[in-house]
Write a protein that binds this ligand. Structure first.
Ligand code: RB5
Length: 151
């Protein structure tokens, strides 16, 4: 699996823990920065990660800002991106298995590097394959809402 990774300065403190876990799982990282704690604008990184998924260069993404909120809102402005903050492992996995989440958003000022690594593992090892009928029905409805509201 190829994983697009992006963060702003608020998410930078978690980036190494997330990247190390991605590598440990045997997945490939597409690193879109940022690479320091110098102040940057989170929409720029969310856009890069979203485009990597939509272009097929990456299968999933992980975005990190201070709270997780800014990158999550930005990523969800792209048709075909289903991003969510998940700060517990149940949600990080269920977001994939039930809801086709393709970007995990984390808050660098909210959780520890260890939690970030655990959430990364829960998200990346969850699969949307073999979803039950009720989940497929609900995802179809998400796509219908998306089609009606995205130009
Ligand atoms: C940057 O200070 C901060 O606003 C950003 O990292 C993020 O938390 C926004 O949601």
């Amino acid at each position: 699996m190829k994983v697009a990774l992006g963060c702003d300065h608020g998410g930078f403190p978690l980036k190494k823990a997330v990247a190390d876990k991605i590598k440990q799982l045997g997945f490939e990282i597409l690193d879109f920065g940022t690479d320091s704690s110098e102040s940057v604008d989170y929409p720029d990184y969310a856009e890069k990660v979203a485009n990597a998924i939509l272009s097929g260069k990456a299968d999933r993404g992980i975005l990190i800002c201070g709270s997780g909120v800014g990158v999550c809102i930005t990523a969800n402005k792209f048709k075909g991106i289903y991003a969510s903050i998940a700060h517990d492992t149940y949600t990080a996995a269920q977001g994939v298995t039930h809801d086709n989440m393709n970007i995990l958003c984390l808050g660098g000022r909210v959780i520890s590097p260890k939690q970030a690594a655990d959430l990364t593992e829960a998200f990346l090892t969850a699969t949307a394959k073999g979803q039950e009928e009720r989940h497929l029905r609900r995802i179809k409805k998400i796509l219908e809402v998306e089609s009606k509201n995205f130009k």
